[in-house]
Design a protein around this ligand. Sequence first.
Ligand code: FAD
Length: 393
Amino acid sequence: ARPHVVVVGGGAGGATAARYIAKDSKGAIDVTLIEPTRTYYTCFFSNLYIGDFRTLDSLAHSYGTLASEYGINVVHDWATGVDRDAKEVALAGGGRVGYDALVLSPGIDFVEGSVPGWDITAQNKMPHSYKAGSQTELLKAQVLSMREGGVYCMVAPPNPYRCPPGPYERVSMVAHQFKQNNPTATILILDPKPKFSKQALFEEGWQKHYPGMIQRLGPDFGGGNVEVRPDSMEVVIDGSPEKVDVCNVIPAQKAGRICHEAGLTEGNWAPVVPATMQSRMDENVYILGDATSQGDMPKSGYSANSQAKAAAMAIRGALTDARTFPPRYSNTCWSLIAPEDGVKVGASYEPTEEKIAKTDGFISATGEDAAQRKATYEESLGWYSGITSDMFG
Ligand code: FAD
């Protein structure tokens, strides 16, 4: 029989890995992709939907081409457990699927209790919108219907978390909405981190486009000591309750549940071998994307896609006689601050024994001219169409 690879999670890491293994092995490896949703909404560019720069439909992708053109067996179900001795994945629907190599790319789950007063039952009153789709629609609806002059509060997450600039790009897009429709509204960021990604660029842009609208309280001002009360729409900062109108709670994060169920985590994340993305605990399991602890790469779609190609090569090398090369990893995170005002940060990485190590990096400069910022934004549009065709064919 041909070797069989099972991929759990059809997002940036999993869809890319499934497609590359199927495409490059030319039928020598059978691939099954397990993903519960029939439509994947990218988190990337979901902030741009909140700012009215994208439609929700433009973020939606389906798995039909992976099945019809690449011969991938797409199973819409949840993986509920992994029997690593028998090399089988259990499905919520009751089935079991055997594998020769297993890829896990389940993304994130939230750390219970990380924001006192908030749990998943509060996500309608206080959305996280950190998994895209209905949560993103809900947050946008709340922004658009917020009372005149109201307060939008964001409880920002501690490191490490999915998409380091994501919360701050979101604030920019919400501010852009308010500037058009509700100019006396204000935004309050409660942040447990002393500093954040692209901080100088965001702060310069906020000052320029949204003066006086955005206030951020870091840990020295109570931003790290926050409790929420969803029923009364209050946030309690260092013991003082304050009424807010919209509250976007982005809790602390950990590897998707299946990694913990499979016994492949150390603390919140799943450690991997830098050159192959194999689990440090099981050489037959490869783990990708946000769920991993790997070293210097940020948790991004770009990173997950880059790691997936390295893992696909390693898997073909292990299961067939395909040649392998030392992988090179890369990442760029673009953010939109205001119309045509795009910024970016990125780096290249190489695997060492202990970690994926940053070799060199770049970042947009403060004070860049409008033409440069527009070019950066346009580059991000090209990246979006490139990565989504790389994932879904
Ligand atoms: P995901 O893409 O989340 O995929 C995980 C998949 O696994 C999901 O489809 C889920 O349904 C499935 N799954 C989970 N558990 C199971 C299970 N038990 N069984 C079966 N399936 C399961 N990144 C960028 O590079 N650029 C950006 O501009 C950018 N912007 C962002 C903005 C926001 C607001 C957010 C929240 C994120 C952003 N990101 C961006 C980050 C990016 O979305 C993630 O880093 C990326 O999606 C991680 O890929 P992944 O494969 O690890 O997880």
